[in-house]
Write a protein that binds this ligand. Structure first.
Ligand SMILES: [Zn+2]
Length: 199
């Protein structure tokens, strides 16, 4: 697999998505990476085609182990630890970077060794993404989900950098609904009226 360091958003979003497949995040439904098929689906969803190799149970075990390492990097206590951990992920490439043309511009590339496993390739995608994010946007983009009932974490590569939730549609909505109910309860208490609904 060949990558450039300039497009760090791919690796950063794969890092977030991978961590969010874990059972400690998906408490209700459990681990989303249970077999080769679910891993294959995960990869294709991120335009990471596993090539002509079949995705095996060993790949699944290795990617789950990688998932734990990636979570540790994202929640690392300081920027040195983040960079250290992400640099370690890059070692899976076992090759040296080279300068090549990318869209007509001289760009740093990294290509994983031919014998690399799927988890190695993924580690390098994620490592370049995390390092690129630190370099371009800073370590404050590595965050925990603000929903109090969620163990999710994420890397915010948005331009504004104001992302608060790991899964905005799920965790953001949950918090909005909770805030709405709390406000309504407060109003009811002030007015001394009964509850407006049972929910
Ligand atoms: Zn969340």
């Amino acid at each position: 697999m060949q990558l450039t360091f300039t497009d760090y958003t791919l690796g950063a979003s794969v890092a977030t998505a991978l961590v969010l497949t874990a059972p400690e995040v998906l408490v209700a439904t459990g681990d989303a990476l249970t077999d080769g098929e679910s891993l294959h689906t995960f990869l294709t969803e991120h335009a990471l085609v596993p090539g002509d190799r079949p995705v095996t149970g060993t790949d699944v075990d290795e990617v789950r182990a990688l998932r734990t390492r990636v979570r540790d990097v994202v929640v690392a206590p300081d920027e040195e630890a983040i960079v250290d951990g992400a640099n370690q992920l890059l070692r899976a490439a076992r090759t040296v970077p080279f300068l090549g043309r990318h869209d007509g511009t001289w760009t740093w590339h990294l290509e994983t060794a031919p014998e690399s496993t799927l988890a190695d390739d993924l580690a390098v995608v994620i490592g370049t993404g995390l390092l690129g994010t630190v370099a371009a946007l800073g370590p404050a983009r590595f965050r925990s989900c603000e929903s109090p009932s969620c163990n999710g974490i994420f890397v915010d590569t948005s331009r504004a950098g104001r992302r608060r939730f790991c899964m905005p549609q799920v965790c953001g909505n949950r918090v909005n609904v909770a805030n709405f109910r709390a406000r309504r309860r407060e109003l009811q208490d002030r007015r001394g009226t009964g509850p407006l609904d049972a929910g």
